[in-house]
Write a protein that binds this ligand. Structure first.
Ligand code: ACM
Length: 750
């Protein structure tokens, strides 16, 4: 071959490689992110001539796939007898033995093959394939054909327990809604529904032996739970005027359980005991220590009749729910009635129980024995650790992770549901923009940041963490549409936390995929929260150049952010920029040409006190140190939550002195405080500013009274600003504590 021909040959080879056989690297919209995706060369064309081949054990996966295809393109796959290139679904026991949830999805130009060890794995593979087919970048509308890039997906879950909890007591949600949740859960590969069926607000499951539980215990005097709870807390009969409530018949339960099983979801029933049982005691007062309704919500543990009742109820529950786990609650029981009850005290004496916690533990042990004898396992909230954990029990850790850590170290299995990451009844955005919620602040990216295995556990102990669960308590959630709003998109975060490998987590890429799935959820009729228009402003103080670098971010993916500095021109944000001295910043998101109502308006101050030392009269709280002694003069402002590491918390007066290095003219001192009364965060009573030239003799230059009412329920961030004329080197800033915590982020001085 001469040189020119060789060159031509090589060039042609490169061209072929580029144009024909290079693997496509495309951004997929898969959620949760699979363990591994490898792209290959070429495409598979899926159209009305594509065949489907099924083997034994493929269950209803073929139907499911056809329903996705026909929902988009209006046709189903041809059955394989008709020949032609196609899709093959296979359950093969030689594939990944012992990992039933794993699957491999291979797309080549010739075929699509999906294999798994068991139907459940195949089902998850079909969910993944369904998401690929829902991705419009692969669909040719005119031809009703998909062009799917060749790839191999190897996937399996990180955790075996991937749950959603639903409280149907505080507000009753009909079975159709529960089934909608099950459908959506299965789309995101979640596999446990924890159904909180009983609580003070209403008993929601028909028990044949105790019809009064649902004749009266399921109905209350007011529809809105909070009104009822703050009001008369009465139970009524179903036919009374204004009665609110509902329950699931045993047929309803069977229908839901079977619907879930088809989606490879286990439904775990929760029957609360010994606390949260006001409705039981109201119907059967003899099961409470006082023998009277409306006195307390705890079952009497001294009374054998309580055990007879619990065992009878659980017997019917076990007939309805094949779940190995039966949840018995166990949380938040008050011990006060037991303390006064002669039967309970006798039980304690007879069994040498040292306190009422051990009395509760006695009950949980007994119930566990009963469940174990029927081949079931007890699971309960982390209070079941108190007074001694039952030998086989699994702990659901909700008061943070400490209960879970303790249980795992004792060799018990654990499900993590810590309030700070898994309570979907918390606010998901600025409370001022949201329907009333129980409190807290849990945006979807905070859920995403969660990892269920605490660092302090050894690898061996960590194996006891079976997974995590989102809890949807319904005190403030009166309707199913509101429930959807609280669940989505946060459930997508949880789904990825429990399914995808931790090392694959990537918040920016997650934001991209969530943006797409929000659209899909809306199209499915889900009232998903479409994310806040809040802008996070990041600042970096450059003490060398005496300037502040400013960047914007948002929980939305690639938002169009418009901003203005002082009275300058409105610009579209593309990259961080710098401001010197002081600047007023205004920024907002524009979506489809419409400016958001939520506008960031803030000041950035490269002020006189930046980087200057601060002396504290009273120390800040060890729980909220922010950046320690640098916090109040580091130029950084806090965000919407006091836990963001920018706000410094005080359980005392704030009393600090800032040393500005030299005497100068001063005219302005300002600081922001936060109020959020739910968790006990209050404005100061007043703020005093004093200045001094020598650090000995101070002159008060301003006193600013608080004007925010102490019962203001929503989040307030308010500045206390002093304007004056004085010379000085030392600035003393004093904020009188009102109640609980005070939070302050910066003392701005000019
Ligand atoms: C709980 O939130 N009381 C378990």
């Amino acid at each position: 071959m001469n040189r020119y021909r060789l060159l031509w040959f090589l060039l042609a080879g490169v061209m072929v490689a580029c144009c024909v056989s290079a693997p496509h690297e495309v951004k997929l919209q898969l959620l949760p992110q699979p363990r591994q995706v490898a792209f290959d060369a070429g495409d598979f064309k899926l159209n009305s001539r594509t065949t489907l081949e099924l083997n034994a054990g493929t269950g209803e996966c073929g139907e499911l796939l056809n329903s996705v295809i026909s929902g988009i393109a209006g046709y189903e796959l041809l059955s394989a007898e008709n020949g032609g290139g196609g899709i093959r679904l296979a359950v093969d026991t030689a594939f990944r033995p012992g990992v039933p949830e794993a699957y491999r999805l291979q797309i080549t130009p010739e075929h699509i093959s999906l294999e798994a060890n068991a139907t459940v794995g195949l089902f998850y593979g079909v969910q993944t394939l369904g998401q690929l087919l829902s991705d419009r970048q692969f669909y040719r509308e005119g031809k009703k054909e998909w062009v799917l890039p060749a790839m191999t997906i190897e996937d399996e879950p990180a955790f075996s327990y991937r749950g959603l909890h639903l409280d149907v007591s505080r507000h009753f949600f009909p079975k159709e809604f529960v089934m909608k949740c099950l459908d959506l859960m299965s789309n995101y590969k979640l596999n446990r529904l924890h159904w909180h069926l009983t609580d003070a607000a209403g008993w929601r499951i028909e028990i044949k032996k105790y019809p009064e539980l649902t004749e009266r215990g399921a109905w209350r005097s007011q529809a809105n739970y909070m009104d009822w709870w703050k009001g008369d807390r009465r139970y009524v009969t179903r036919d009374s005027a204004g009665a609110y409530g509902g329950f699931y018949t045993q047929d309803d339960i069977r229908e839901v359980v079977s619907y879930a099983a088809k989606r490879h979801i286990t439904v775990i029933p929760e029957i609360e005991m010994p606390g949260h049982s006001e409705e039981v005691v109201s119907v059967y007062p003899q099961l409470g220590c006082y023998g009277k309704p409306y006195r307390n919500g705890e079952l009497c543990i001294g009374n054998e009749k309580t055990f007879e009742f619990v065992e009878n109820v659980l017997t019917e529950v076990m007939e309805l729910f094949p779940s190995e786990y039966i949840h018995i609650g166990g949380d938040e029981a008050s011990t006060s009635a037991w303390k006064k009850c002669s039967k309970c005290q006798k039980r304690m004496k007879d069994n040498r129980l040292k306190d009422e916690k051990e009395l509760q533990s006695y009950m949980i042990h007994r119930v566990e024995k009963f469940l174990n004898a029927q081949g079931r396992k007890l699971i309960g909230w982390d209070e079941i650790l108190d007074g001694g954990l039952a030998p086989e029990a699994t702990v659901m850790s909700w008061r943070g992770e400490s209960g879970g850590i303790k249980a795992a170290r004792m060799g018990h299995d654990v499900i993590m549901t810590p309030g700070g990451y898994c309570y979907f009844d918390s606010y998901q955005a600025d409370p001022r923009t949201q329907p009333e919620a129980i409190g807290g602040f849990l945006p979807y990216l905070k859920v995403y940041s969660y990892h269920p295995v605490p660092e302090e556990l050894t690898a061996e102990e960590g194996k006891h963490i079976l997974g995590a669960q989102a809890n949807v308590w319904a005190e403030y959630i009166p309707t199913t549409s509101h429930a959807e709003y609280m669940i989505f998109p946060r459930l997508l975060s949880l789904a990825e936390v429990v399914w995808s490998p931790r090392e694959k987590k990537d918040a920016e890429d997650f934001k991209r995929r969530v943006a797409c799935h929000i659209g899909w959820l809306k199209a499915k009729g889900v009232n998903v929260f479409t994310l806040s228009d809040h802008i996070d402003m990041q600042t970096e103080v450059d003490t060398v150049r005496r300037q502040v670098k400013i960047g914007f971010d948002s929980e939305k993916y690639l938002p169009e952010i418009h901003y203005r500095v002082n009275d300058g021109r409105e610009q579209i944000y593309r990259e961080p920029f710098y401001v010197r001295d002081s600047a007023r910043i205004k920024a907002f998101i524009v979506t489809d040409g419409k400016a958001s109502d939520e506008v960031l308006e803030t000041r950035v101050d490269y002020h006189r006190a930046v980087g200057k030392p601060v002396v504290y009269q009273h120390r800040y709280s060890g729980s909220y140190p922010a950046a320690g002694e640098k916090t109040l003069t580091d130029g950084y402002r806090g965000g919407l939550t006091y836990g963001d590491g920018r706000w410094q918390g005080f359980l005392a007066d704030v009393d600090v002195v800032i040393d500005l290095d030299s005497v100068c003219d001063l005219s302005y001192v300002s600081a922001d405080f936060m109020q959020l009364i739910g968790p006990g965060v209050y404005m100061p009573r007043y703020v005093q500013v004093s200045v001094s030239e020598d650090g000995q003799h101070y002159r008060e230059v301003a006193r600013i009274e608080n004007e925010v009412p102490a019962d203001e329920a929503s989040l307030v961030i308010r500045d206390f600003t002093a304007r004056f004329q004085a010379r000085g080197r030392y600035v003393r800033f004093f904020a009188k504590r009102q109640n609980g915590f005070q939070f302050i982020d910066e003392v701005v001085v000019y």
